[in-house]
Write a protein that binds this ligand. Structure first.
Ligand SMILES: Nc1ncnc2c1ncn2[C@@H]1O[C@H](COP(=O)(O)OP(=O)(O)OP(=O)(O)O)[C@@H](O)[C@H]1O
Length: 619
């Protein structure tokens, strides 16, 4: 269809306007704000415009000065998030510049125009991960023509797959520098322009979002396309745990090998405890010498479920995981925001909002952590938590504990607490066992690594590292998210060639990086080549060492291009599962920035268990 609506006084140009390339859906001559008269064409996959003025490539002169508009001449539908009729007065006030006046003629002509705006974005030239809002305003004398353009573009946008329509938005008002609400106010117009229904919940206290996510029925959850966290990593972790705690059904990871020894002869108490907590025993064939794995059922979180009558975790529909439709979004407003940086490449609320409204998708590995015992003297009470980015003990736990005393400092508390904990230089005794995966599984990872452990880590040159980025080959190798029928397997469940190896001693820290954890303090992250969805975590064991060497390691972490793992006291293992037992004085764990006390626990990675509205960083 072609419409010659008479935007300006150039009838001939309009008639002669030809659309090159593929067949157009709609074409009109309109005025493009800041450019002049153009032929605007809607194709099946995007919009393009061509200047009808006698200037090359849209370049023009204004008062004798050559003006080359720095705006795109075509944009893909997948990059357009909204189109709307706009108020001409508003446009006139906000947009008329020298260029606009020159091109558009006098003010009275302009005010007779009707307008529609196409909302898209541009990538920053200096930082391609930074997406900047861009609005293109088109004018036409005929209101119906403008309305038709809006309708046609909207029809095309409605055919774009994967865009959310209904979202649950959790805002943590006290997050970061206590500007969670202001951050939401900044991005909310993007959601309303994109006609997304957002149910906004401003949290009143810690645990509020968790309660909402656990108590919402699966039927109701299915009405939403996702949940958005306006806050930090800890806040996202809380929402993730609320989502998974009653819905993720999978065998537990094998428990630490001395687990039965610790119980002595009182095996009955373990069985009793499992039953009370809603667990069933489940024999794990491959985990010898580890305890048989346990499987939890829906009554595991009975305190949050139907047993106490306060919540209605529905029984009628099973919730399948991973769920491709239900995605998480994070609008960064926290103190560190490592998950946002790793999944969008930048810490910017507008960029994150655009990833959400445009319906981007990336899958994330999630670590399931099962705490068997809180302290050495406490009884066995299995308790499950999930972590998306990082679990750390020793230095990392102590920094969080210390920083809690200085909440009033805002995000700076981490630097202050970090310095104090560094000066203390405390080490902790622990035993870590990790699963070494055989060649069958390793060969499925197209990164050339054939050996695990320290050798794997230290012998690799920086140039051999494959960094996780948008459309990452490593993460896309097995698209587990495409299957909504069966639960994702952990890699060691597939492979027959598995072996548990142990490391025991005094550690300054024990860390498990599920993703690279890039952040402003560690520009390459804790592990530069960790992937978002390869089914592995990176175990980092930092053995007790002289203070100066530890400082050197931390300095390397803080440097872009540093090599923090290249030290004798650093052990690095890529593994899908590990167990941990502490001895003597204990530190605490830090799970995605939140405190977690555990004397004995097991962890396993579920590949691509959840999806995020993000496309991976363009690093
Ligand atoms: N309204 C609230 N008041 C106080 N705490 C809250 C509130 N809502 C959520 N929380 C809790 O605050 C914790 C930290 O939130 P968030 O991650 O957004 O902030 P942060 O400043 O980045 O802190 P951290 O660095 O500890 O992650 C979350 O675990 C969450 O449970």
């Amino acid at each position: 269809m072609e419409i010659n609506g008479g935007a300006c006084n150039s009838e001939d140009k309009r008639r002669n306007a030809q659309v090159e390339g593929e067949a157009s859906v709609l074409s009109s001559n309109v005025l493009l704000d800041h450019v002049g008269e153009v032929t605007l064409t809607l194709h099946s996959d995007g919009l393009s415009w061509k200047s009808l003025d006698s200037f090359d490539n849209g370049a023009s002169t204004c008062l004798g000065i050559k003006f080359v508009p720095e705006i795109a001449t075509e944009f893909k539908l997948s990059d357009i998030y909204a189109v709307e009729l706009t108020d001409s007065d508003m446009i006139q006030e906000s947009n008329l510049t020298c260029a606009g006046e020159c091109f558009l003629g006098n003010d009275s002509d302009y005010s007779e125009m009707n307008h529609f705006a196409v909302h898209s974005f541009q990538k920053s030239k200096s930082q391609p991960c930074l997406w900047i809002l861009a609005m293109y305003t088109f004018g036409h004398k005929d209101l119906q023509t403008c309305q038709m353009w809006v309708n046609k573009i909207n029809d095309s946008l409605n055919k774009e797959v994967g865009r959310p329509k209904n979202l649950l938005v959790f805002v943590h008002p006290m997050s970061g520098k206590a500007n969670g609400w202001r951050t939401w106010e900044t991005v909310a117009p993007i959601f309303s322009r994109a006609k997304i229904n957002a149910k906004v919940i401003v949290t009143q206290k810690a645990g509020h979002a968790f309660d909402v996510m656990t108590s919402i029925s699966n039927d109701e959850l299915n009405l939403y396309d996702g949940a958005v966290a306006v806050g930090g990593d800890g806040f996202f972790n809380e929402i993730l745990n609320g989502y998974l705690s009653s819905r993720h059904k999978a065998p537990f990871p094998p428990a630490p090998s001395d687990f039965l020894d610790a119980l002595g002869n009182d095996v009955n108490s373990l069985v009793h405890c499992q039953k009370k907590a809603g667990f069933e025993t489940h024999h794990n064939k491959e985990s010898d010498p580890f305890l048989p794995s346990l499987e939890h059922n829906e009554s595991q979180f009975s305190h949050l479920g139907t047993n106490d009558g306060s919540h209605s975790v529905d029984k009628e529909i099973e919730y399948s995981l991973p769920n491709r439709k239900f995605r998480f979004g994070i609008i960064p407003a926290g103190s560190t925001d490592a998950i946002v940086i790793c999944t969008t490449g930048i810490r910017d609320p507008i960029t994150s909002a655009l990833h959400i409204v445009l319906g981007k998708r990336v899958c994330l590995d999630v670590a399931q952590v099962v705490r068997w015992k809180t302290t050495s003297t406490s009884k066995v009470e299995p308790y499950v938590r999930y972590a998306a980015s990082f679990a750390g003990y020793g230095f990392y736990g102590d920094v969080i504990t210390e920083s809690e005393k200085y909440r009033w400092m805002g995000p700076k508390r981490y630097d202050y607490a970090g310095t104090k904990v560094f000066l203390r230089h405390r080490s902790y005794e622990a035993e870590v066992a990790y699963l070494e995966v055989g060649s069958e599984t390793i060969s499925s990872i197209p990164d050339g690594s054939r050996l695990f452990g320290k050798v794997w880590s230290l012998k690799r040159k920086k140039s051999e590292r494959i960094i996780c980025r948008a459309n990452c080959n490593v993460c896309n190798k097995k698209p587990v998210c495409s299957s909504t029928r069966s639960p994702p397997a952990t890699p060691y469940m597939i492979s027959q060639e598995t072996r548990w190896l142990k490391s025991k001693g005094r550690f300054l820290s024990v860390g498990a990086a599920i993703m690279s954890n890039r952040n402003e303090r560690a520009p390459d992250g804790l592990v530069a080549d960790a992937h978002l969805s390869d089914g592995f975590l990176h175990l980092l064991l930092i053995r007790d060492c002289p203070h100066a060497l530890y400082l050197w390691h931390l300095t390397q972490l803080a440097m872009k291009g540093g090599n923090p793992l290249n030290f004798d006291f650093v052990e690095h293992y890529k593994t899908p599962a590990f167990t941990f037992t502490s001895f003597g004085n204990e530190s605490v764990w830090n799970l995605d920035g939140e405190l977690f006390q555990a004397h004995k626990f097991s962890a396993q990675v579920f590949r691509g268990l959840v999806c995020l509205f993000a496309s991976g960083p363009e690093v």
